[in-house]
Ligand binder design. Structure first.
Ligand code: 5IU
Length: 474
């Protein structure tokens, strides 16, 4: 999903929810199955601005090169393309028709329409509107549940000599385990404006920000597991972290901000079984000895199956960060699976890391900060997300306070987590781990003092781990 339309997607999801077009309860579907969620997109025709907003998101989807494969490029609307009158948009009755009409007007794309039944008088046609054999069609429907009715329509259009380019829907509510492929095993590409998880996440986000709306029932929808998400991750170390989390059933990172190597290694050995990764600040150790500390930590990482992240927060020109990463006392690139990097310097710093980072290592971009009074604004955060999405092989995730991207391949890691207090006496602000994961929809909690300053760090780590892990993943 491109990030430019995140605001409009959020607003649209909220509008659909406020107008009872998406409802939560107990519903019997056409297939006979029951569902806790019901989409009644037909209602949206009563609200012209909603049909228009929906159509705009379809047009956006169509124009989004990242989602539409190359083989389909010539079906995308392009005002400078003189073949465009051979591509037609076709709405499937009922709700697909008003949406297709709005798309046709917004994108200036010719439309055809498939009747439910052929007329039994006059021309007896099944398809209305002008077309020639061989014309490409973009099929428009509202929700896909199984795909059965869309496939019927496809057959009829093909019998009339039309060629199916792709199918666009607002929501894909096929089971997540299906991988939500194109129709007929991928023969017909299908794209959705929202997948179910993304849609629900947006509604949740909307409810959090809006005073008047009723929050959606919690746990209405299982989160996808990290194993499932790993197929979307471009970063090898991102995949490794996801697999580790799933294997250990832990999305807890220990921030080991202690100042002696004995404390660091002792803590890592004690808490190691509970965590998916340890976060270090090597430069705060008063007795750093490369062989002892790095050797010890690597052995413990192997013993307890966790990754190592150095929270170095790189922020300099490419040439300098390359030295800081690979050289000096710490030779971070030799042992850290992940390092944190500020987005402040823009693309240059990211491409510097691309040039020196081993294939099985990666970076995390700092998109938000947890401390009071920091200078990061929404625009900065957005730019960091775009940067992360542009370098999927290198950027395994974001350091942030809440979920920022619908891209399942990108991890969200949140510091500023504490069960017992909401601030330290300095500038740190804390949230509860359960809140961070289930309400703010982050993926991983980073906990420091909540664990290592407690009377029983192991017990505390177990408490944080249980509180942050979610149930019901696939
Ligand atoms: N950390 C934050 N907030 C941030 C970023 C990093 O707290 O926005 I970026 C680091 C600082 C510290 C750890 O190493 O995460 C949090 O430790 P405590 O849980 O002890 O506050």
């Amino acid at each position: 999903m491109n990030t430019d339309n995140t605001d409009s997607l959020l607003k649209l999801a909220g509008d659909l929810y406020e107008n009872n077009i998406i409802r939560f309860g107990e519903f019997k579907l056409r297939s006979g199955e029951t569902s806790k969620i019901y989409f009644d997109l037909r209602r949206s025709i009563t609200y012209p601005y909603l049909i228009e907003s929906i159509a705009r998101e379809y047009v956006n989807l169509l124009n989004c090169c990242y989602l539409v494969p190359k083989s389909l490029k010539d079906t995308r609307f392009d005002p400078s393309d003189n073949h465009r009158d051979t591509v037609r948009v076709c709405g499937i009755a009922y709700t697909g028709i008003p949406i297709a009409t709005a798309i046709s007007q917004i994108a200036n794309m010719p439309m055809i329409m498939k009747r439910k039944e052929a007329k039994d008088y006059g021309t007896k046609q099944l398809i209305e509107g002008h077309f020639e054999k061989g014309d490409k069609v973009i099929l428009i429907d509202d929700v896909i549940t199984s795909g059965g009715s869309i496939i019927e329509t496809i057959t009829e259009l093909e019998n009339a000599g039309l060629v199916i380019g792709c199918v666009l829907v607002l929501t894909d509510r096929r089971p997540i385990e299906s991988g939500r492929p194109g129709l007929l095993n991928g023969k017909y590409p299908l794209f959705s404006v929202y997948n179910m998880e993304g849609f629900l996440r947006k509604i949740k986000q909307y409810c959090r920000k809006s005073v008047y709306s009723t929050p959606i029932p919690s746990n209405i929808f299982a989160r996808p597991s990290f194993n499932y998400r790993s197929q979307f991750a471009g970063s090898k170390v991102g995949v490794r972290l996801m697999e580790t989390m799933e294997r250990k059933r832990s999305n807890l990172v220990l921030s080991a901000d202690v100042v002696t190597s004995a404390e660091l290694l002792g803590l890592a050995d004690l808490v190691g079984p509970e965590i998916c990764m340890i976060k270090t600040h090597m430069d705060i150790l008063v007795d750093f000895d490369y062989d002892k500390v790095v050797g010890g930590l690597l052995a413990l990482a192997k013993k307890h199956d966790f990754l190592i992240m150095e929270d170095r927060k790189f922020a300099d020109i490419g040439n300098t960060v390359i030295h800081q990463y690979t050289g000096g006392l710490y030779r971070i690139s030799e042992w850290a699976d992940l390092v944190t990097v500020h987005g402040l310097l823009g693309e240059g710093i990211v491409s510097a890391f691309s040039s020196v980072c081993r294939e099985d290592r990666g970076i995390l971009l700092l998109a938000q900060l947890s401390n009071k009074g920091n200078l990061i604004d929404q625009e900065y955060t957005k730019q960091c997300v775009s940067l992360a999405e542009k370098y999927p092989k290198l950027v395994a995730g974001l350091i942030c306070g809440e979920r920022l991207s619908d891209n399942d391949g990108l991890l969200h890691l949140t510091p500023g987590v504490n069960i017992t207090t909401d601030s330290d006496n300095l500038d740190q602000r804390y949230h509860d781990p359960n809140w961070v994961i289930n309400e703010l929809e982050s993926d991983i909690v980073i906990v420091g003092r909540g664990i290592y300053q407690s009377k029983d760090p192991l017990k505390s780590a177990q408490l944080y781990r249980n509180s942050a892990w979610f149930n019901g993943g696939l």
